[in-house]
Design a protein around this ligand. Structure first.
Ligand SMILES: C[S@@+](CC[C@H](N)C(=O)[O-])C[C@H]1O[C@@H](n2cnc3c(N)ncnc32)[C@H](O)[C@@H]1O
Length: 510
């Protein structure tokens, strides 16, 4: 079934890797969680068994463009560079959690091209080979998809080619089924399918193909089928030729409307239109680590917040006095609202979600919080936000001297979209009234999925000595790739050497 779609040279290079598994070595730095059962039972710890347990074990490796290495998945090559990078910034206790290595990612969006193959919709594509497999269907009269290497091949539905009507599809797996023991939930996940349709809306021509396709999928994988694997089917309408993944119009077609996950200690609702992390388990580990870096009762601003998972999880687990989420995608608002509705009633936190561009007026969003969280897209932080982070950190004395403790200039703003953005789209008031005296973040937590942009942003932040980096952790969100997810904690001010700190302590009179 796997088709060789890569250029020849690329395939040859991978064959070479496959033929020579490197010796299994797990440096002390690399701590494995949920080790593969193979490894647990190998008290003889033969190097073969160890090498297998950290191998990709994917039949599509040679034909799929998703993964770059097949062996030692618990130590992606980029880790060597990361160790050196963090050491150069004064962080020598950098940690890397490799987590579970096989069958993890829960979300992917793949383009549709070409026409070949004989499958309904399997999930044996790049990075998604773990997803529950949908039944294979031999009929050539129906939709046939082969999601290898991101190239999904459509055949025909009722004799007509579909390639011109469907652009791509997104699949997301929910493991939220509280009637199952936690250990069984992953294997029993259900798939939410979003079909990105090349038309303006559900009434445009081709709508009968959309209905036929979704009904076909539902009949074969929906709640009443013997292979119940599909959680829901959505359509998105997108006619643009640009790189934009989704259009603005969404329609829920079949199955359950709400898609829930339990991450970071809370229930989270994720509509297909809002951002969702691809590896739920690794993201959960990241959130657990992040929570330890936020003091109880902090005020938090969560920039690039998506549907607010990070901020809401902190509100619940760190009893934050306030959480402000800032996100540019309006579609995430509904998911945020639904998640707020399931927060424990005991939470006494003022929570808000603002639909705006975090790079406009960044000082306004930073003011009044102890902790700022940034989780930007791959390209990293906006220059205006980096400037703002450096600016207030360097202007500390000026801030203290300002009569109202504020350095945000209150110009007479008239632009309606700025004024609208200042108002929270969602606002939940806490019960306790806190002292609202002005303050500025002393902790900056940077979550990054773009290693190159992260390095550059870190250098920019640190160059003025406005911040120093205190801790750094990385997580294996996509085993088999060079991609790592970084969690870095910065503290305001210049780094105070440990020796100096100790010396200072001795002098303190008792
Ligand atoms: C990597 S995602 C993180 C989302 C969220 N923190 C999470 O973990 O689910 C980046 C988010 O930044 C949002 N974003 C991109 N540019 C933005 C901007 N200029 N201002 C605010 N949000 C932005 C995207 O829409 C996306 O939801």
């Amino acid at each position: 079934m796997a088709l060789s779609l890569l250029p020849h040279a690329n395939v040859a290079a991978r064959v070479a890797t496959r033929n020579h598994p490197p010796p299994a070595s797990t440096p002390t730095l690399l701590r494995r969680r949920n080790p593969n059962p193979l490894q647990c039972h190998s008290s003889s710890s033969s190097s073969d068994a160890a090498a297998t347990s950290t191998a990709l074990q994917c039949p599509h490796f040679q034909s799929c463009s998703g993964c770059t290495h097949e062996w030692n998945l618990d130590r992606p090559p980029v880790i060597e560079e990361a160790i050196e990078f963090f050491k150069s910034l004064g962080v020598s206790d950098f940690t890397f959690e490799s987590g579970r290595l096989q069958g993890l990612p829960c979300r992917d969006c793949l383009p549709v091209r070409g026409a070949r193959s004989h499958q309904l919709l399997t999930t044996t594509d790049r990075r998604s080979h773990h997803l529950p497999r949908l039944p294979e269907v031999g009929s050539q009269e129906l939709l046939l998809i082969d999601p290898i290497a991101g190239k999904i091949n459509l055949h025909r539905i009722n004799g007509r080619c579909l390639c011109t009507v469907i652009l791509k599809f997104q699949m997301a797996v929910t493991t939220y089924n509280t009637s199952l023991p936690v250990s069984d939930r992953y294997q029993n996940g259900k798939v939410q399918i979003s079909l990105v349709w090349n038309s303006r809306n559900e009434h445009s021509e081709n709508h009968e193909k959309l209905n036929a396709l979704s009904n076909f999928l539902w009949r074969n994988g929906g709640a009443r089928s013997s292979n119940y694997l599909i959680h829901s089917i959505w359509a998105n309408f997108q006619t643009s030729n640009s790189n934009v993944i989704f259009g603005n119009r969404w329609r829920h077609l079949l199955g359950q409307r709400e898609f829930w996950e339990h991450i970071g200690g809370i229930d989270i609702c994720l509509d297909p239109s809002s951002f969702g992390q691809a590896n739920t388990q690794a993201f959960n580990s990241l959130l657990r680590k992040l929570q330890k870096h936020v003091s109880y009762g902090s005020s938090v601003v969560d920039l690039y917040a998506g549907s607010g998972i990070i901020g809401l999880s902190l509100a619940a687990t760190r009893k934050c006095r306030s959480v402000k989420c800032v996100e540019i995608n309006k579609e995430s608002e509904l998911s945020f609202e639904k998640s707020v509705s399931r927060l424990p009633k005991t939470i006494d936190s003022t929570i808000s979600w603002h639909n705006t561009d975090a790079s406009l007026e960044p000082l306004r969003w930073l003011e009044g919080s102890d902790v700022v969280i940034v989780d930007p897209p791959r390209k990293g932080l906006h220059p205006s936000l980096i400037d703002a982070l450096r600016h207030f950190a360097l202007s500390e004395r000026k801030i203290r001297q300002a009569p109202d403790g504020s350095i945000v200039k209150m110009k007479d703003e008239k632009r309606p979209w700025i004024l609208r953005a200042r108002e929270a789209s969602v606002h939940v008031e806490g019960k306790t009234t806190w002292d609202k005296s002005q303050k500025w973040p002393t902790t900056l937590i940077y979550i990054s999925c773009g290693w190159e942009s992260f390095k550059e942003d870190s250098r920019n932040l640190l160059s003025s000595k406005a911040w120093y980096m205190e801790k750094a952790h990385a997580f294996n969100f996509f085993p088999g790739t060079q991609s790592i997810e970084v969690l870095a904690v910065f503290k305001r001010g210049p780094r105070i050497a440990l020796a100096k700190k100790k010396a200072g302590k001795k002098k303190t009179p008792r």
